[in-house]
Design a protein around this ligand. Structure first.
Ligand code: CP3
Length: 345
């Protein structure tokens, strides 16, 4: 049957007259209805593990804006928690984890195939969504990339420069590589299970890929993503993969082939004109309006939205922000962005 969902058409390489749209963190604190449901759940992690409420917040931005895709509501740090790490969120600060930095610590984690019981509520959220989403809306599953998840497991929190992970990589390569390998294998199983539950596309978030230099970028950003993509395609050959090595800069060129991904997601550290010439030549791209425009709005938002649409108009493109929408964004600016893309406003 010919594919009718616009995101799947773009991912198959089709150039569409109007790009399909979704936003990273589209279910989030900028929406009053999200804040209300989160309060009902109690806290962020309780929301992630409550399948009905997680499905509800996933659907909220679809109802409000009619995005072309819904992204499963969960977090990249649920996977290390399933492997046995402690995880909690400090309000106003972000995630905290028990650290894994030694051979004993690595051995104390569970094997990759032991994650499913802990993650069962996430798979249930996917099943609810695949029943309840409008027929034209694509359901995207996701996981963090091994390097990005490892940076949190090693430091026990977010870090500006991923210093502790770089230090372990230099000091105890075997333990570092062991963490990457465990995350790579468990991510394959996690994403495969999301696909079995109904995810139609999967995205690999490598938020901190940009801090990997030289051969490290190949070994710890490109290779794990390529291994995950290949393993998924062996089991689910028709399910597209989006890779998001944020901060890759000029190294975005050639990544479709190097990773084997159907789509490369771009942050706003590269211009759309450069990316059209050097990345979109390899296949579908996603991105890359700076999320700050969702805060500031106005004529600049309209012009920069048009600029992204125009730059990528000659090839397959999924419109998105360059990073997640922030809590201080104005919901009206999101509507203005969508109207600009869909109605040429
Ligand atoms: O895009 C989506 O809406 C889908 C759900 C999703 C969340 N996090 C929900 C979330 C996805 C895909 C993520 C990915 C994620 N989580 C990444 C990679 C992408 C990126 O943003 O770089 C990372 C690094 C994390 C880890 C994480 N989760 C951090 C560092 C934080 C705290 C920062 C913050 O924004 O508060 C979170 C919390 C988080 N994950 C929130 C949401 C909606 C905010 C939680 C809240 O409601 O308080």
């Amino acid at each position: 049957m010919a594919q009718t969902k616009t995101i799947l058409r773009a991912l198959a390489g089709e150039t569409l007259p109007t790009p399909p749209i979704w936003m990273m963190r589209q279910a989030g604190r900028y929406l009053p209805e999200y804040r209300a449901t989160r309060a009902e759940a109690g806290d962020f992690l309780s929301l992630c593990y409550n399948s009905d409420l997680a499905a509800e917040v996933t659907l909220q931005p679809i109802r409000r804006y009619g995005f072309d895709a819904a992204i499963l509501f969960a977090d990249i740090l649920l996977l290390p928690q399933a492997l046995g790490a402690d995880l909690w969120f400090v309000t106003g600060e972000g995630p905290r984890l028990s650290t894994t930095t030694t051979p004993e610590g690595l051995r104390a984690l569970k094997p990759a195939d032991a994650i499913h019981e802990h993650l069962a509520p996430v798979y249930e959220t996917v099943r609810i969504l695949s029943r309840e989403l409008p027929s034209e809306t694509t359901l995207i599953g996701f996981a963090g990339a091994p390097w990005t998840v490892a940076t949190y497991m090693i430091a026990g929190q977010g870090t500006p420069d991923q210093g502790p992970a770089h230090a372990l990589k230099a000091a105890d390569r075997a333990t570092f590589q062991g963490i990457i390998d465990l995350l790579t294998e468990s991510t394959i199983l996690y994403l495969s299970e999301q696909i079995k539950a109904g995810a139609e596309v999967v995205k690999i978030f490598d938020s901190w890929a940009g801090s990997l230099e030289g051969q490290d970028f190949i070994d710890f950003a490109v290779k794990p993503a390529a291994r995950i993509t290949k393993a998924l395609k062996d089991i689910h050959p028709d399910v597209p993969v989006i890779a998001f090595p944020r901060g890759a800069g000029e190294r975005y060129a050639g990544l479709h082939a190097a990773i084997g991904a159907d789509c490369i997601a771009l942050d706003d550290g590269v211009t759309p004109e450069w990316a059209a010439a050097h990345v979109q030549t390899g296949g579908c791209v996603q991105g890359n309006l700076a999320s700050s425009h969702m805060v500031t709005g106005g004529e600049t938002l309209v012009q920069e939205t048009r600029r992204v649409v125009d730059a990528f108009s000659k090839g397959p493109h999924i419109f998105n922000l360059g990073h997640g929408i922030t809590p201080d964004a104005n919901p009206e600016n999101v509507q203005l962005m969508i109207d600009t893309i869909r109605n040429g406003k």
